[in-house]
Design a protein around this ligand. Structure first.
Ligand code: PLP
Length: 452
């Protein structure tokens, strides 16, 4: 370790509290300190390069230090870094809003900005709730969400979150939500059609029983990310949409992780021609450069908030950095790159390559399941391949395996014993192959050692 690294590590341990991190373990460990990025690589203070195999937490799209995005931010800096949207317009945020309305599914006509995935969901929930109040549906105050869902860490988004490990400690702080099982074919006793139908039937049961109390149903479309890249059977999302319509509840899709190409189309909803009432966007919206988020909604919902101030229909919600100009400039440049580089069309061959590698991974000992939707990919490690029995979580098998991959030059982050592979979607074929080779090597050669 060089002197600079040592100083950073000491200061980090002195001053920082890292998110989603057991700090006792962190304080004993030797952290990697990232100092720069170069295309699809992260570079640490020792000069070691790592393929960014997790898109810097699922947000990077075109790589790091991308000239077009760097220039757009620099150019914006010569004008203004930030001005508020409370009572004022701002040119860059207007331009990005126009583009977002253009590229998102039919019926999403309005953009409400914020700064993180959690706030975009929080806003969608508050909007849906107040919409029902404003139109006189006073009893529609509850939400339906899926087991295993993750929508961020604010109290509202945690209230519709279904991951016990993260959320149960806060239960008494949260508002009441109806949870229905989420379709997880690998963990379901039956085929994926039965799995899909079972979960839709459970959703319908809740809607039938409590429909007139429900404001909206919240889902991560096609893939539940944080619970382990659970890939839903196709038609599940469409089924949720049809049930939402049937029972008159709003459909809120959280595309924070799935949006901006991650599933193979610009938005996951496009796979099943779903037209939600509210859509939450963040992460990839700026190409993974800056904290920006958007909650998109329909003209109908927007109109329900119009009136005289004395009617109290105003949406009293906002954040200081709402619609930040630098973030919007990055977002506009990122969308230009999507078009110029034909990013979505280029994904087919990458997805094929992933399929080829995944077929090989599946043959290896301790690989229980491989699953992906587009470029959101996961390999689940299990103790017993035939029963799917997991390792004891305290063994930290996933974390140790990822650490072994760091040494081989790939930066990945697990979710328990699920190894998440989610590189920037613009990654080139050669580097994607290198990344998958590293994962294969670690699964084949390091894993048997790690579990000893
Ligand atoms: N929603 C989904 C589906 C996510 O995957 C995440 C983060 O991983 C969030 C919301 C929260 O986003 P943020 O961390 O920007 O608050």
């Amino acid at each position: 370790m060089n002197d600079r690294t040592r100083k950073f590590v000491e200061a980090d341990k002195q001053c920082l509290w890292h998110p989603f991190t057991q700090m006792a373990g962190w304080l004993e460990g030797v952290p990697v300190v990232i100092e720069s990025g170069d295309g699809f690589f992260l570079v640490d203070t020792e000069g070691k390069r790592y393929i960014d195999g997790f898109s810097s937490l699922w947000c990077n799209v075109h790589g790091h230090r991308v000239k077009r995005i760097d220039d757009a931010i620099s150019d914006q800096l010569t004008r203004i870094g930030h001005s508020t949207l409370l009572g004022l317009g701002q040119s860059r945020s207007i331009e990005l809003a126009e583009k977002l309305v253009e590229i998102t599914p039919e019926g999403l006509d309005k953009v409400f900005y914020s700064d993180s995935g959690a706030t975009s969901v929080e806003i969608a929930i508050k909007m849906a709730y107040q919409y029902q109040q404003n139109i006189g549906n006073k009893k529609r105050t509850k939400f339906v969400a899926l087991a295993n869902s993750y929508h961020g860490d604010t109290i509202g988004s945690v209230s519709v979150g279904g991951i016990g490990l993260f959320h149960s400690i806060f239960r008494s702080l949260l508002f009441e939500t109806y949870f229905v099982p989420s379709p997880h074919p690998y963990r379901f006793d039956g085929d994926k059609y039965e799995c899909c139908n079972y979960c839709l039937a459970k959703l319908e049961e809740i809607l039938k029983q409590h429909g007139d109390l429900i404001a909206g149903v919240v889902v991560e479309p096609l893939v539940q990310g944080a619970s382990g890249i659970i890939v839903h059977p196709s038609t599940f999302l469409k089924g949720v949409e049809l049930l939402a319509r049937k029972y008159g509840v709003l459909l809120i899709v959280d595309e924070v992780a799935t949006g901006f190409g991650r599933t193979g189309k610009m938005f996951a909803c496009e796979h099943e021609s779903v037209e939600p009432d509210l859509m939450c966007l963040a992460k990839g919206i700026t190409g993974g450069y800056l904290p920006l988020a958007a909650t998109m909604t329909s003209q109908k919902i927007f109109d329900a908030f119009l009136g005289e101030p004395s009617e109290h229909k105003t949406f009293y919600h906002g954040h200081t950095y709402t619609g930040n100009a630098l973030g919007c400039a990055a977002g506009l440049a990122s969308l230009e790159l999507f078009q110029e580089n034909n990013i979505i069309a280029s994904l087919d061959e990458k997805v094929k390559l992933i399929d080829e590698y995944f077929a090989k991974f599946k043959e290896l000992p301790y690989v229980g399941d491989v699953r992906h939707k587009g470029m959101m990919c996961a390999v689940e490690i299990v103790r017993d391949k035939t029963t799917g029995e997991s390792f004891d979580a305290s063994k930290l098998i996933g974390a140790k395996l990822c650490r072994a991959m760091w040494d081989k030059g790939a930066m990945l982050r697990p979710l328990g014993d699920v190894i998440v592979i989610m590189p920037p979607i613009a990654i080139d074929m050669e580097l994607l192959r290198q990344l998958l080779d590293i994962v294969h090597d670690a699964l084949k050669n390091d894993l048997p050692e790690i579990i000893k």
